[in-house]
Every structure is written in structure tokens, then in C-alpha cells.
Design a protein around this ligand. Structure first.
Ligand SMILES: NC(=O)c1ccc[n+]([C@@H]2O[C@H](COP(=O)([O-])OP(=O)(O)OC[C@H]3O[C@@H](n4cnc5c(N)ncnc54)[C@H](O)[C@@H]3O)[C@@H](O)[C@H]2O)c1
Length: 374
């Protein structure tokens, strides 16, 4: 597996990704990061447990470290206070100590949730992630943002708490639905905007070969995405400055998700529409060089055809854009593009939001759902 470092002094850690055996890497990282006398509490997504539980247990047995397994329901509702209480009770009833280690096995829901448990129980214990979704591998598992949802909004309760390792085995993606692969690709398309030409070339190759599940291509896309995010997090762990660039397409994306009601569009699907709106906004604010974004726009549009169609209300989205939790006072800070590979943060005039969003939604509505693949 290829390794990437997130460099945060004494909280530095490794992200391992690739097509080859994740079991070997899990044994190695567990032995390296969990104390021999500790217990590992494995927190599974239910689907992941059904598909891979046996293999994961078998690998953990080979570490010689004691472990306990806990299976949580799949889905966003797991990121809740009630589920949190159940898991706190389970761990405390089982006499968890500060020496113990939590291992998240699943996608973004399980890593956000487990990370928050790790950050808060006994004032913090160590944890690691075996990531099993594309969105997890390119985004959610990296950077230490952990949390749960509140009825006022998603991810409003949380903490920065870095894991001790992240493992991204592309083989897990074979059992993921095409829709969830495409949702993960939403974040990959974001990295094309942030990184530029090199990443665009890798994505083009992937699309051209035509197989959504191609292991070699996915592995390259994951590696480049994770490497970019790791570098940004290493420079700005708590999103004081540069880490904000990772929000490209997300202000609109979150607002679209919220306006539809959660559970309709997947996160990464909404991000794809949000990216197009951000590109439109970059052009309207004259922050981008003339025609520098036209090819990136075509890349985004290619993915619009793979997203299910919903009627999206522009006014609702605009309302939710204004209440994005990343706003600063009255300012509306957006991440825009000067050109692919050159993101910039901008305070944007409110009257430019509507036409930008309108143009993006027109494109989305115009595209028929072709298929969930290339
Ligand atoms: N912390 C961060 O920086 C960050 C960033 C982006 C998103 N997120 C969070 O991530 C979550 C979304 O993540 P997600 O898309 O991975 O969703 P998810 O964790 O809900 O997984 C999606 C679905 O895939 C299933 N699944 C997982 N692995 C599988 C596999 N290998 N094979 C078959 N099915 C599998 C799960 O059971 C679930 O039904 C959201 O809660 C979002 O807020 C966090």
C-alpha cells in the first residue's frame, strides 16, 4: 500500500491506500498504534460487518491484541445523541480505559461518529479508521473532523480529533453501489478543481476506460485526493485559513442538500451541482481568467448526467446558503477558482448568487439521467 503522512507534530499519522491487501496493513497499524495491553473496540457499520466482519476479525486476531465488536445501524441517523449515549454506555459498562483504542470500520458516518466518541469518552482515547466508502477514503476519514448531527443541522456537534491511522483499501469499493461511487466522485471532481491538470488527466483516464469499479484508476484517484487533503490539513488543522479551500462547491452543495431535505441527493451528488454553481460564480465575480474554467465545467457537466433528478428551488437554496455554518459575520465567504489548480477565498456579493445557481440548475435540469456509470 502507498503511504501518505498527515504531519501534525505529535499527532502525525499515516494514510495507507491501494489495491493490495488491507489486512496486512491493518495488523501492522493496529500493533503499532494500540497498546499491547489495550483492548480494541471495533465499531462497525452494519453492512460492512455483514460483508467484511469475518475478515476484519480474522486480521485483528492476528495482532494478539484483545478486541470487542460493536455493530451500529447503517445510515446518517447513527450520527445522533441517542446512538452516542448507547455507545458511551456500552464502553463504560465494559470498563473502557484511556489506554484502549477505537477502530471505525465503515464510511463517513461511522468514522465521524467513532471519532467523536474517541474524542469525548474519558476525555479522549486513540482511534483508527478502516475506511470502506469512496467518500470516506477521499474526504471524511482524513483530517480529524468528527461529529454528530443535531436537529438544527448536520455536523453541528463535534471536535477535531485526529486518528492514529487511516486505511483505504480499494477492494472494499467493489461492494459499494454505483450511486455511492458517484457520490465519492463528487469529491474527486472537487480535487480536480483544486489540483488542476494532473488530477484532471487521471480522472480522464478513469472515465475513458469505462469501468466505474476499476481498481487501479480508483486507487490513483484516492491517492492523489488523500495526498492533497493531507497536505492542506498538515498546514491548517483547524480550518483557520487554507483548509477552507476544501469547501469548494460545498456552500452551494450543503444548501442544496438542506433545501431538498436530507436523504434525497447524496452528499457528493449535491457537491457536483455545487461545484458547477461555484464555477459560474467564479466567472461572474470575474475572479477567473477568461475561458480558463470551460474545460473544468465540461468535466463537472459529464457527472451531472449521473445524478438523479429532483426539483430544486433556487430560493430555498439561496436561503440555506446564507445560513451556512462557515459564514463569517455578515460576509459570505466562498471558495472560487481563478483557474483549475488555483483556488481563492472571496467575499461575494449576494446578488451574484442567484444567477450563478440558476445557470448551474438549468444545466442539471437539462441533463437526463443517462446512467449511473460512464
Ligand atoms: N469528517 C469529514 O471531514 C467529513 C467529510 C465529508 C463527509 N463527512 C460525513 O460522511 C458521511 C457520508 O459518508 P459516506 O458517503 O461514506 O456514507 P455512509 O458512511 O453512510 O456509507 C454509505 C452507505 O454505504 C454502506 N457501505 C459502507 N461501506 C460499504 C462497502 N464497502 N460496501 C457496501 N456498502 C458499504 C453503508 O452501510 C451506508 O449504507 C456524512 O455523514 C458526512 O457528514 C464527513
Amino acid at each position: 500500500m502507498r503511504r501518505i503522512s498527515v504531519k501534525l507534530k505529535d499527532r502525525s499519522y499515516t494514510i495507507s491506500c491501494g489495491t493490495d491487501q488491507w489486512e496486512k496493513e491493518l495488523i501492522l497499524q493496529a500493533k503499532k498504534n494500540a497498546d499491547k495491553s489495550a483492548r480494541i473496540f471495533v465499531i462497525y457499520d452494519a453492512k460492512v460487518f455483514a460483508l467484511y466482519g469475518q475478515q476484519i476479525s480474522k486480521a485483528l486476531k492476528r495482532t494478539g491484541i484483545m478486541f470487542d465488536e460493536l455493530v451500529l445501524p447503517s445510515g446518517e441517523q447513527t450520527k445522533s445523541v441517542s446512538q452516542l449515549n448507547k455507545v458511551y454506555s456500552y464502553l463504560l459498562d465494559n470498563k473502557v480505559t484511556r489506554n484502549d483504542f477505537l477502530l471505525a470500520c465503515g464510511g463517513g458516518v461511522i468514522s465521524d461518529f467513532t471519532g467523536y466518541v474517541a474524542a469525548t469518552i474519558l476525555r479522549g482515547v486513540k482511534w483508527g479508521i478502516l475506511s470502506t466508502t469512496l467518500l470516506g477514503m477521499v474526504d471524511a476519514a482524513i483530517g480529524g473532523k468528527t461529529g454528530i448531527n443535531h436537529k438544527a443541522g448536520k455536523n453541528l456537534i463535534g471536535a477535531f480529533w485526529q486518528p492514529s491511522f487511516v486505511i483505504c483499501g480499494t477492494i472494499f469499493l467493489n461492494t459499494l453501489s454505483p450511486r455511492l461511487i458517484i457520490s465519492g466522485l463528487g469529491e474527486v471532481v472537487k480535487y480536480v478543481g483544486l489540483i488542476g491538470q494532473k488530477m484532471n488527466g487521471i480522472l480522464d483516464k478513469y472515465v475513458e476506460q469505462g469501468d466505474l469499479y476499476d481498481q487501479a484508476c480508483l486507487s490513483q484517484l484516492i491517492y492523489q485526493s488523500a495526498k492533497y487533503k493531507a497536505e492542506i490539513v498538515s498546514r491548517d488543522e483547524r480550518e483557520g485559513n487554507i483548509r477552507m479551500v476544501l469547501n469548494l462547491g460545498h456552500t452551494f452543495g450543503h444548501a442544496i442538500e438542506k433545501s431538498l431535505g436530507y436523504g434525497k441527493l447524496q452528499h457528493g451528488e449535491a457537491v457536483i451541482i455545487g461545484l458547477l454553481a461555484a464555477v459560474e460564480l467564479s466567472e461572474r465575480t470575474k475572479k477567473s481568467r477568461i475561458r480558463s474554467l470551460s474545460s473544468y465545467k465540461q468535466t463537472i457537466i459529464r457527472f451531472l448526467e449521473m445524478i438523479p433528478k429532483y426539483k430544486i428551488s433556487i430560493n430555498d437554496v439561496i436561503t440555506h446558503t446564507g445560513v451556512d455554518k462557515k459564514r463569517k459575520g455578515k460576509q459570505l465567504i466562498f471558495v472560487l477558482l481563478n483557474k483549475p489548480g488555483m483556488p481563492i477565498k472571496c467575499d461575494v456579493k449576494k446578488n451574484l448568487l442567484k444567477p450563478s445557481l440558476k445557470a448551474a440548475l438549468k444545466e442539471y435540469e437539462k441533463r437526463r439521467l443517462r446512467c449511473q456509470g460512464f
